[in-house]
Write a protein that binds this ligand. Structure first.
Ligand code: SF4
Ligand code: SF4
Length: 173
């Protein structure tokens, strides 16, 4: 699924340095859904992106330190209890539920009918930058596929092209 936990390979970044219309990303062109102004996104708290088939949420030391602090744990305890190593690096653990493999921090109790991140402010970059990953917005087709699973894509707040580009560069997914 187009999730925080996907293993889909990212496509190469588009080079916009030439500056001509042909070099623009599809979402910056006039025939895109928002006329080239950006894309809309407002999370509905459905939780789809934090569950599904087994996947990964990559975390670095700084992120683990912040998450451990939020949970009142030592770094060592946090790493041992909530993470594991994968070929791509360290990832958050997941747990099998009736919905799929939930991220260990997905909270389905806090708000009835919703699924929210139990670490929200301390969530890792991979989560903070969703859905502006290269693999999600590389092509209109990638975006359309992601929109089928993420009901927040295409709705609500208009996120400008400039901000999408910034988010896309933060982590390569
Ligand atoms: S609306 Fe999208 S970003 Fe929000 S929880 Fe659902 S799938 Fe995730
Ligand atoms: S850390 Fe939070 S936002 Fe990221 S996958 Fe887990 S529950 Fe979802």
């Amino acid at each position: 699924m187009p999730s925080h936990r996907t293993s889909k390979n990212a496509e190469p970044e588009q080079d916009t340095s030439a500056g001509g219309p042909a070099d623009l990303e599809w979402f910056a062109k006039p025939d895109s859904p928002e006329g080239g102004k950006g894309l809309r996104f407002s999370c509905t708290m459905c939780g789809n992106c934090c569950t599904g088939p087994t996947g990964y949420v990559l975390v670095n030391d700084d992120e683990c330190s912040g998450m451990a602090r939020k949970l009142g744990m030592t770094m060592e305890a946090f790493l041992a209890e909530h993470t594991h190593m994968m070929p791509l690096g360290r990832s958050l653990n997941e747990r099998k539920t009736k919905h799929g493999y939930d991220c260990v921090f997905l909270d389905r109790q806090k708000i009835p009918g919703k699924a929210v991140c139990g670490l929200y402010e301390a969530r890792p970059r991979q989560c903070k930058t969703w859905p502006w990953w290269s693999s999600v917005i590389a092509t209109r087709d990638d975006y359309d596929q992601a929109q089928k699973k993420c009901p927040g894509l295409g709705k609500g707040t208009l996120v400008p092209v400039s901000e999408i580009r910034i988010q896309r560069k933060i982590i390569e997914i």
